[in-house]
Design a protein around this ligand. Sequence first.
Ligand code: UDP
Length: 297
Amino acid sequence: METFVNKPKVLSNNKVFSFPLNMMTFHQLWGVVTPKEALRKLKEVRIKCENPRNFEEWALDKIGQELYDLFIYGYTKKQWLKEPSLLPSSIIQRLPIRLTYEENYFTTKYQSMPKEGYSKLVENMLDGIDVKLEEDFFKLDWEKIANHLVYSGEVDSFFKHKYGSLEYNTLKFEHKKFKGDYQGNAVFNHVDINVPYLRSIEHKHFKNSYLKHYTLNENEDETIVSFDIPISYEENPEPFYPIRDEKNSNLYSQYFNLKKMLPNVTFGGRLGEYKYLDIDQTIASAMTKAKNLLRAK
Ligand code: UDP
């Protein structure tokens, strides 16, 4: 594994800020230095809401209008193609807000990337396994070839949209090559609404060893940068994120009841569980399910 700690930066109107919101961000914006000063300011700017009913009310209650407009509104509207007031607060509750100078996005004990990347990791896991690609699963009679099915596609498609369609959100990626160091960091969030992409990811910064290249000479090596571009699900029906608002959660609970009636099918992943899972949660869930399957054998 390659040690990697994610410390994204936000680019807002040509200014760079530390992110997720932490003491450095509050310092950059308000000039406050101590957690006490930052807390005082946050208490002053928050727009109190006893029972936040949606994303926007929750965010304004915690951080107030200025931070919300600067870091959250544009990015969220771009990503979800919806007004944040129409989104569930669970989406924004994923984001840490810190009164320390800690810039690490995550607090998990182990943080690293597969040494040769995820493609190689998956390739190795599938070594010796018969993989069929470009097959339409729904045209297969899987029960003729397997006793048990692990299904990680959209749960509503599995049941032929019996109760209606769940909503998903999607992105497309554009990969570009540049010379040298494009942005000096693995991840930049682009929060301005007029910038068409959400994030730019410069892959070489995932390698911790890259830090050793620190030099005052310009590095002219090739670099690859991927841009996440929001696109509507109708244009690109490849689902990435479940939209777990009240309407979709209610619909999903109907599919959940159907799932329970199929002991020979294991549903997994963001789409099979209709949950906004992070990769560590997805892997943990897959491992638990695999153990349970082996135990039941
Ligand atoms: N978000 C934001 N500004 C940012 C980063 C995130 O407003 O610069 C909001 C956005 O609504 C996003 C949510 O916070 O959907 C959760 O962000 P996270 O980085 O966890 O999303 P993911 O890693 O799944 O893309």
